[in-house]
Ligand binder design. Structure first.
Ligand code: PEP
Ligand code: MG
Length: 557
């Protein structure tokens, strides 16, 4: 059990939903949003106005160059250097100059010049088109500088800090440095949003749907509890230091355990990793393989389709890292918050209910076939036998079609994700077509509770402890047990240590999660026998709501 932390005198306790476990304490800094353009002002002194606009661009170029110089990661350094060069581009300055001479004030001149520049990069295509989105960031920063507003984006106070924000896009989260950011707290966001997933991957305690978080003044000492969702603001430096010390000690304790996942009495439960690329494996966490390789994470923002060679080498790199182990590649899961621009999918009124996941193959079967070809070649090149599965499988017919395409390429372990209630209800029929099921509890919650997974106001419905969700998981696990095929969980539910005991009690055979979640889940399983896990499952299924389920199981911990 974690060492209990003494109650701390808090000036104010805010509550949200804990979505990435662990505790942290430190000073809070807020991420400012993009500046709003005020109404245009008439220009009386064009020379001074040009100087103000150019100074805005220079400030940004300098700041980016400084960040590049400090970046430890070479990839991050290259990106920042490229951005600094764009901000310092003489053509951009000339364009700003022209806009001011045409009558625009500094902020509007920067805005218009950046829009033109962006269009030029897009028209140039290829590498240049991929840099176009960098201009949005440069535009926001330069406009803020010209208007004297706080810089948008992640603050850099020069010491570790707790980041608060209205919301965080996956692109913001993925670049956070876990050595500097202690925890995340957002006003919006749901427990299964991809931002939450990335926070877990970084091992950062995180709380979402926390009203009032962005009202905490910069520099305030605060604590964050990613399990309970509590954020204590104004706790003072001493209390913060003590919480941080204990949090680090607990992390060290959990990190010492290794070996395969098993309950206290030896019932095996495979502990697998959720990854977005081979880079996620560098943490060196002892896991038994990969349970979910989100291949689409490799190609977010791409405007041109990845080539066969690119795909083959990315997949082979992961297969080589786990010789002889289970490695599950999920085919591209485009849609909603994971747009893959190269697919050119039409905008939809209800994108979560539209053409996403495996459904893209209805219109573009060649994309799926090309990916399966690349996986088959990567398997041959790395002498591995990967597992492949499709996202958003809804009917046994879809599972059969996917299995046929995969098997015709020599891929032997073919599975389906269970993310749609129809698939869970027909788990047994799906297992007639495929070799394994992997339950994506994030989407399964979204579709079972008819609640957008990114919607902060509906976060309670998306709670992984919802008994109706657990009931569907139980149906899938029972179907797997009946035919002797594996049924795992790869959604975020698997990363909750206490819930992991419930899932194992329901009959799930593997749990897949981000590397940083593995130690706590391994520890929780090692403290429960399979009989206790089954008892926990009964308690949770019988509860009326998530809080009652959590309480009932926690009491026996
Ligand atoms: C899920 O839906 O639970 C899942 C694992 O897939 P993703 O989170 O990538 O949609
Ligand atoms: Mg999903």
């Amino acid at each position: 059990m974690p060492e209990p932390v003494a109650a701390v005198p808090t000036a104010e306790m805010l509550r949200g939903l804990g979505i990435s476990p662990g505790r942290a304490a430190g000073r809070v800094y807020r991420m400012a949003g993009p500046p709003l353009l005020p109404s245009p002002v008439p220009v009386t002194d064009p020379v001074a106005e040009v100087a103000r606009a150019v100074l805005g661009l220079e400030t940004v170029a300098e700041e980016l160059a400084q960040r590049a110089a400090k970046a430890a990661d070479p990839a991050a350094r290259d990106i920042l250097e490229a951005q600094a060069m764009i901000a310092a581009d003489p053509m951009l300055r000339e364009s700003v100059d022209e806009q001011v001479r045409a009558g625009l004030d500094a902020a509007h001149a920067i805005d218009t010049a950046c829009a033109h520049h962006r269009q030029m990069l897009l028209s140039a295509g290829g590498y240049f088109a991929e840099r176009a989105s960098d201009l949005d960031d440069i535009r926001n920063r330069a406009v803020a500088a010209a208007l004297g507003l706080p810089m948008p984006g992640v603050p850099s106070p020069g010491h570790p800090f707790i980041l608060t924000a209205e919301d965080l896009a996956p692109a913001d989260t993925v670049n956070l440095d876990p050595g500097v950011v202690l925890a995340l707290v957002t006003e919006k966001g749901g427990p299964t949003s991809h931002t939450a997933i990335l926070a877990r991957a970084l091992g950062l305690p995180a709380v979402v749907a926390c009203h009032g978080a962005t009202g905490i003044a910069d520099g305030t000492w605060a604590s964050v509890d990613g399990d309970t969702g509590e954020v204590g603001a104004g706790i003072g430096e001493e209390a913060a230091g003590e919480i941080q010390r204990r949090a680090l000690a607990e992390r060290d304790r959990l990190g010492e355990a290794s070996g395969p996942g098993r309950t206290a009495d030896g019932h095996p439960v495979k502990l697998l990793l959720n990854i977005g690329s081979v880079a996620d494996l560098q943490a060196g966490v002892a896991a038994e393989g990969v349970g979910l390789f989100r291949t689409e994470f490799l190609f977010l923002d791409r405007r041109t389709a990845p080539t066969h060679e690119e795909q083959t080498s990315a997949y082979a790199a992961v297969l080589r890292a786990f010789p002889g182990a289970q490695v599950v590649l999920r085919t591209l899961d485009a849609g909603t918050d994971k747009p893959l621009p190269f697919l050119g999918l039409a905008d939809e009124i209800n994108p979560a209910l539209g053409v996403r996941g495996l459904r893209v193959a209805r219109r573009q079967p060649d994309v799926l076939d090309a990916q399966l070809d690349a996986i088959a070649e990567a398997a041959a090149a790395s002498d591995a036998s990967p597992w492949v599965m499709a996202p958003m499988v809804t009917t046994p017919g879809e599972a059969a079609d996917f299995a046929r395409r995969a098997r015709s390429r020599g891929l032997a372990n073919v599975g389906a994700m269970v993310e749609v209630p129809a698939a869970a209800l027909h788990a047994r029929r799906l297992l007639d077509e495929v070799d394994f099921l992997s339950i994506g509890t994030n989407d399964l919650s979204q579709y079972t509770f008819a609640a957008d997974r990114q919607h902060g106001d509906l976060a309670d419905l998306l709670d992984s402890w919802q008994p109706a969700l657990l009931y569907l998981i139980a149906q899938c696990a029972e179907a797997g047990r009946a035919v002797g095929k594996p049924v795992g969980v790869c959604g975020e539910a698997a990363a909750d240590p206490l819930l992991a005991t419930v899932l194992v009690g329901l009959g799930v055979t593997s749990l897949s999660m981000s590397a940083r979640s593995v130690p706590a889940v391994r520890d929780a399983l090692a403290r429960h026998s399979i009989a206790q896990c089954r008892h926990n499952a009964e308690l949770a299924l019988a509860a009326r709501d998530p809080d009652e389920a959590r309480r009932a199981v926690r009491e026996g911990w």
